[in-house]
Design a protein around this ligand. Sequence first.
Ligand code: GRF
Length: 190
Amino acid sequence: MKKRIAIFASGTGTNALNIIRYFKTSSTGEVVLVLSNKRHAKVLEKAECEDIKSLYFDKASLYESGKVLDLLENYEIDLIVLAGFLLKFPDHIIKEFPRKVINIHPALLPKYGGKGMYGRYVHEAVIANGEEESGITIHFVNSEYDEGTIIFQASIPVLPQDSPESLASRIHKLEYKHFPKVIENLLTSD
Ligand code: GRF
């Protein structure tokens, strides 16, 4: 039976779309739910266009009422994927999904992680510090931002002429290439 994936995202959702499409032809898993804390996030439109159930939730549903957890249980979710999800993921859900919540970060953790380190802030810091390489990190989610066990990393050189935008764009390509496969490997090794 295919494993059931839920994606959490706060923004554009290009990774979410890439994962949705990848799993349309996979026998291992399928994306059945896309959730966002932003009512008008582009990711929700993208998921709808792909005929994937997509829902907005508020902070109370995530942290207090247990509604988001109920939803994940009702949808019989096997793996939770955070792809550009900007809120802290709640401990009570992590507890119910041990080693079943993963995140992608657009840098080589443990560097350039933690609260406030997202999107262009990450790439700006990498360039400002003169790093010679950057990359992506896929990791399990624990109660601290970007500190869970690392599952996979891939790197690319930072070029002398790189701007935060150009670096972000190449890092996105790296994400599209690896993230679905890492998810598939996780699902098969389960
Ligand atoms: C990605 O760079 C990811 O690493 C980070 O947030 C970004 C999301 O981009 N966590 P998108 O919404 O998938 O385009």
